[in-house]
Design a protein around this ligand. Structure first.
Ligand SMILES: C[S@@+](CC[C@H](N)C(=O)[O-])C[C@H]1O[C@@H](n2cnc3c(N)ncnc32)[C@H](O)[C@@H]1O
Length: 244
């Protein structure tokens, strides 16, 4: 086991979260085109921050922050914002974005599993389009770790590719997603990117995620699955149970 500042030591059998899974988004060219491909939008970030009540003084941690748009917008409204990502190139881009907006959030090259949150307990932990990078066993560990960062009553927001379709209809739903979302090279994520996601990344069923969230000590406040392949959970950390 090795210890790096800002990361906790992990056993040698831990998931190798710094090894890219599926499409590698961390090459310089992939990072440069990421915001266009993903449709990063400041207005969407701010609408989410409004929903989550992020304001001056809120401590927010974004796990798998990518190019850092949500973190930068949180910092602009006075939050104590932390962006966590395994990808060095992503963080280079995120730092540049922060400089452009004149804010100084904290950036951590760390993962879902090994990030050490040294600041005050978080009011809000967010993770968007990233948890699927971990197989299910490790998603559960990541959710436990995220819950441990939160203050009791704090909020976990999870958005990701997740499957709410009937498993017997998986092939139709996945093919429809790939067909409708794919763009020509240079215009967005390609058919190859989406096919790679389904084949090699670890998106899972919403009902599996629900069980994991509950077991992490979080209560699901709301769930929304606008597409059969995408969805969100808003969750609240339960207060500690009193032992007699
Ligand atoms: C699809 S991007 C999403 C970025 C951003 N959250 C967004 O919504 O645009 C996935 C991000 O997760 C990061 N990532 C992958 N595995 C991770 C892990 N184990 N811990 C933290 N970040 C991870 C990748 O480097 C990448 O920046």
């Amino acid at each position: 086991m090795s210890q790096t500042e800002g990361r906790r030591s992990r056993p040698s059998w831990s998931f190798p979260e710094y090894t890219p899974v599926g499409t590698d988004l961390n090459s310089p060219s992939a990072v440069a085109s990421y915001d266009r491909n993903q449709g990063t939008d400041i207005a969407v970030d701010n609408a989410l921050l409004d929903r989550l009540g992020v304001a001056t003084g809120t401590c927010l941690v974004d796990l798998g922050c990518g190019t850092g748009s949500l973190v930068v917008q949180a910092a602009r409204r006075g939050a104590e914002a932390h962006g966590v990502d395994v990808g060095q190139e992503m963080l280079v881009h995120a730092r540049r974005r922060a400089r452009q907006f004149g804010v100084t959030p904290s950036w951590h090259q760390a993962g879902f599993l090994d990030y050490v949150h040294r600041a005050a307990p978080a009011d809000v932990v967010t993770t968007k389009s990233a948890l699927h990078q971990l197989p299910d066993f490790w998603k559960q560990q990541a959710l436990l770790h995220a819950a441990a960062m939160l203050r009791p009553g704090g909020t976990l927001y999870l958005w990701d590719v997740m499957f709410s379709f009937d498993p017997t209809e998986a092939e139709d739903h996945l093919q429809q997603w790939i067909d409708s979302a794919s763009r020509p090279p240079g215009e967005g994520f390609t058919r190859t990117d989406f096919e790679t996601h389904v084949r090699e990344e670890f998106s899972t069923y919403t009902w599996i995620l629900e069980g994991m969230i509950e077991r992490a000590g979080l209560e699901i406040i709301s769930r929304s699955f606008p597409r059969s392949t995408h969805g969100e959970f808003v969750c609240r950390k339960r207060p500690p149970t009193l032992r007699a």
